[in-house]
Ligand binder design. Structure first.
Ligand SMILES: Cc1cc2nc3c(=O)[nH]c(=O)nc-3n(C[C@H](O)[C@H](O)[C@H](O)COP(=O)(O)OP(=O)(O)OC[C@H]3O[C@@H](n4cnc5c(N)ncnc54)[C@H](O)[C@@H]3O)c2cc1C
Length: 478
């Protein structure tokens, strides 16, 4: 990308109040919030059809204290949710953002359902690593494609403009006399035919996610996953980060990412970690386990990459297979032939190629741990989990990079900040473009942190960007 920051032209090709870069979960939600606040909104999306990583996701949005939880008598609240996020990342993040998102998530899920008709409901039957309560809210199919479909319909119905095949290649900035950035004044898009158009805007929202699709940035910031498959949206190439560097914005946690240790190979389909949380285990090519899989699928990804051949097998059984069938991705993996099945461990060894003796010992050990509620040598407790029972199942997986979690430092109003804490006027960010709440590495990713930042911070960014069109309050300066 060249010419990251440009001077505004004398005349824009289009003028709007709020311009949004990227039509994934963050951008679409920001558009709905900005429209609700009465702003004119245009979204610019590089793809022909908006999907983003959001459409590849399982569509699980974490939220506490919702009426969907209350209907199932689940006691939860934002404080407990925030405590879970902070426990997973060891407190190594901005607590104010965590508190803000934990408080806003419940109302945001209800807002999406009540105002825009999204079919979200509470997901029950298992807990993702680190969550002390069932609080994932997802569409019936547990697929992000359904979530994006609902958001797109709402955006159209509520009158936000959407331009596809429009890659934003530069931000337009007004400078101060000393050359510093006074404010962001719009953006420039490259259309499908190569035409360049300028868009003037009172506020720009960066919703173009992180840098998982940019191998140079992954090598620079996340070297441990540089050779791993990237299973997020290919179009997320770190544009927000590059603009942020050029603007002199504060950047943080650039080594943070969501990995996943359950990408079926060679099929490249996500295998839900619910299988593991409910009693399934991972073995490597020796047929032996190598970690406490319930610490989290994100940190487990690099562990799998380090095993022989960079692969592992998830071992489970019929009961967990049935649980997983509620996931669209799992059904696709089944159709693709990724899931092997056998009546006993010896048969499973035959269909997987794993060493029979080691596999039989592993299955027997895990069954005993579940029967006795024991804790294994890695510290994993099997209490309350039903022992694996025939027929057995297995799927070969690798560790993958799903998306990056570091990025532009924002405040609780989603304003992009400079290193001295002052906001860059006219610029907002959310989702993968902004610093997430997962701390500095892979281990701080609590399931749902991705869509929490995309959907909840996206809503805040859209609402605040709409306010910014009225200009700064008297006495607040530029
Ligand atoms: C397989 C998978 C499963 C996941 N499951 C979950 C889950 O269940 N729950 C959860 O919380 N998180 C999950 N995540 C993470 C979650 O999907 C992401 O954190 C979230 O979708 C990020 O949303 P976003 O709007 O920031 O980015 P995206 O949804 O990726 O949207 C960014 C958009 O910006 C566009 N874009 C990029 N650059 C430009 C540019 N220069 N100009 C114009 N457009 C541009 C892209 O084309 C894209 O459409 C999952 C991720 C993956 C990969």
């Amino acid at each position: 990308m060249t010419g990251l920051l440009l001077d505004p032209p004398d005349r824009f090709d289009l003028e709007t109040e709020v311009a949004i870069v990227g039509a994934g979960g963050c951008g679409l939600t920001a558009a709905l919030a900005a429209r609700e606040a009465g702003a004119e909104v245009w979204l610019f999306e590089r793809d022909r059809v908006p999907r983003g990583s959001t459409a590849m996701s399982s569509g699980m949005i974490p939220a506490a204290g919702t009426r969907f939880q209350r209907a199932r008598a689940i006691e939860d609240d934002p404080e407990r949710f925030a405590a879970d996020i902070l426990a997973k990342n060891g407190g190594a993040t901005d607590r104010r953002i965590v508190d803000t998102l934990a408080r806003a998530a419940g109302p945001t899920v209800e807002w999406l359902v009540d105002r825009f008709g999204l079919p979200l409901d509470l997901v029950e039957g298992f807990l993702y690593p680190g969550h002390s309560r069932p609080r994932m809210h997802a569409p019936p199919d547990r697929s992000g494609a359904e979530l994006v479909g609902g958001l797109l319909r709402a955006v159209e119905e509520h009158g936000a403009g959407l331009v596809c095949e429009a890659r934003v290649d530069a931000l337009l900035v007004e400078r101060k006399a000393d050359g510093g950035i006074a404010r962001v004044r719009g953006l420039r898009v490259e259309r499908r035919d190569g035409r360049l158009e300028t868009v003037g805007a009172a506020a720009v929202v960066l919703a173009c996610c992180g840098y998982g699709g940019a191998p140079d940035l992954v090598r620079r910031f996340v070297p441990e996953m540089a050779e791993a498959p990237y299973h997020g949206h290919a179009g997320n190439q770190g544009d927000a980060l590059r603009w942020g560097e050029a603007l002199g914005a504060a950047l943080a946690d650039l080594g943070a990412y969501q990995g996943h240790a359950g990408l079926a190979v060679p099929h490249e389909v996500l295998i839900t970690w619910a299988i593991v949380m409910e009693g399934g285990v991972q073995v490597d090519a020796t047929g032996r386990r190598f970690a406490d899989e319930t610490r989290g699928y994100s940190e487990q990804a690099a562990l799998v990459r380090a095993r022989p051949g960079g692969v592992a097998w998830i071992l489970f059984d019929e009961a967990r297979h049935r649980l997983a069938l509620s996931f669209e991705d799992y059904r696709r993996a089944l159709e693709a032939g990724a899931i092997r099945s056998a009546p006993d461990p010896a048969g499973l060894a035959a269909v997987t190629g794993l060493p029979a003796e080691a596999l039989e010992e592993t299955v027997a050990e895990v069954q005993k741990l579940a029967r006795t509620g024991g804790t294994d040598r890695f510290g994993r407790c099997f209490a309350g989990k039903a022992p694996l029972a025939p027929p057995y199942r297995a799927v070969k997986v690798t560790g993958a990079l799903f998306h990056t979690q570091g990025g532009l430092v924002v405040d609780t109003e989603a304003r992009v900040l400079r290193p001295d804490g002052s906001p860059i006027a006219g610029l907002f960010a959310g989702g993968g473009a902004a610093r997430g709440v997962s701390g500095p590495g892979a281990g701080g990713y609590l399931s749902g942190n991705g869509l929490l930042s995309a959907i909840v911070l996206g809503r805040i960014a859209g609402a605040r960007a709409a306010e910014a069109r009225r200009g700064p309050a008297p006495g607040c300066g530029a």
